[in-house]
Design a protein around this ligand. Sequence first.
Ligand code: GDP
Length: 313
Amino acid sequence: MGLCLSSSSLRGAGGRKPERLGDWAEMLQLQRLRRLAGANCLLRRHSATWRSSPKNASFAEVLQLEDKKLTGVVFPLQGLERYLAPGVNTASFRTFSPGLDDIHRAEALFKPSGRHVIDYFSSAVRMDHAPQLSQPEVCFVGRSNVGKSSLIKALFSLAPDVEVRVSKTPGHTKKMNFFKVGKYFTLVDMPGYGYRAPQDFADMVEAYLQERQNLKRTFLLVDSVVGFQKADHTAIEMLEEFGIPYVFVLTKIDKASKGLLVKNVLEIQDFAEKHTQGCFPQLFPVSSIEYSGIHLLRCFIAHVTGNLPMMNS
Ligand code: GDP
């Protein structure tokens, strides 16, 4: 039987004395999952994947962190709660609230093995060049320099052979890049919009969004330091007009001060609630450097592509 821990159990699992019988059970489960992860870490330390994975890229490693740090890395929105003014409504912070075990299971999709190949598949500059793939698909869109390549690289960090270009100069992504994650789903990296974007960006993205039958979710990236920009509103208008389900991802959260991060999180959540139809109410803050939010995002992708029936949501 799998372990199934609610995210709220993390907050009670520290040095604080559990208040209910259920809290005791959850705390014991967390301890057990940590022991298993600890043994796993020892084994993995001797493997090639472990050596080539950045710090905190693997969930087993994250489970070794102390409770407060663990909450911040796994559930960055909940980690921000202590910086909020009293009375701020945080209900949407837990719309997607998997257990640690769900997150652990989702990670398997992002780890290649002999029978599970994760790799770049092809690129296209026009829709009639796009590969015909039947798996569920997710796509990533955002302004140039928002951190899209870095995020995709972080998501695929357990598959170090997958080549994702990370640019030093903005606007390098001029094609749609398709990555196949075994037989489970396809991830599409769309060209960045805004500064030095290709002329035909709008045509390409518009056609993709309108035509792609198997598109399950669009991830719209917003820089946590600069917040919404004009170009982001153009993308939102497009998604809303076509009735495409999408979700905001707030990038580079390690760079923003806590005050700025809270301000941008609340502003974007408020916008999503009041002015959108197709947007998922919870946003996903991430850092591709510290791996905050990456594990939760992997779990969300596994879930929306139909590859992870939730045990604990
Ligand atoms: P893209 O144009 O959207 O693909 O953006 P890139 O992934 O190339 O990132 C643009 C710049 O932001 C690069 O200098 C990255 O190193 C930096 N960057 C990306 N993600 C993060 C992050 O999570 N934290 C920090 N501090 N920098 C980031």
